[in-house]
Write a protein that binds this ligand. Sequence first.
Ligand code: HEM
Length: 141
Amino acid sequence: MLYVLKFIHIFALVFGAGSGITNGILASRIIRNPNPGPPPEMVVALMKTMGKIGPIAMILLWLSGLGLVFVEYGTLDIGLLFYLKLAGATLALVTVLYIARMAMQAEAAGVPPDLKKIKRLSHVVWLGVITAVTFAIVMFN
Ligand code: HEM
């Protein structure tokens, strides 16, 4: 069970990071496009898919992370470094869900999402992820 949970934890991180990097690069290219206009349909479809993978990966990180804690320690009370990791993970989760909500609202209204705002918020997600990874490495090495 422990290995399955670790596998899910690391793979969720890989998929979440991959989707975030992909959408970050595409958003930068669209924002900096010298000939503004709607991006090609294939790019929009790719961004929507990546935009779904990100929140799913983040939720899997949380579910597998909670599973790991309970299998390994049986309690969430495992020290300050872990709480710092959880602070980063919480920041990342809340921001990813907020971005997903923004994207869904834009889609429902039939307008393009505010890519500049999403790009700024994605930096907050990275801050949370980097914090969570850093304290995970320090704590669980
Ligand atoms: C953005 C969210 C998260 C990221 C990026 C993340 C990242 C990581 C990484 C990279 C490791 C491997 C560290 C190592 O073995 O040196 C790890 C391990 C671990 N994580 Fe997370 N994590 C996140 C969320 C969570 C959450 C929400 C929990 C619990 C509620 C959690 C619990 C754990 C536990 C218990 C381990 C140790 C597994 C072991 O024994 O090797 N993680 N995490």
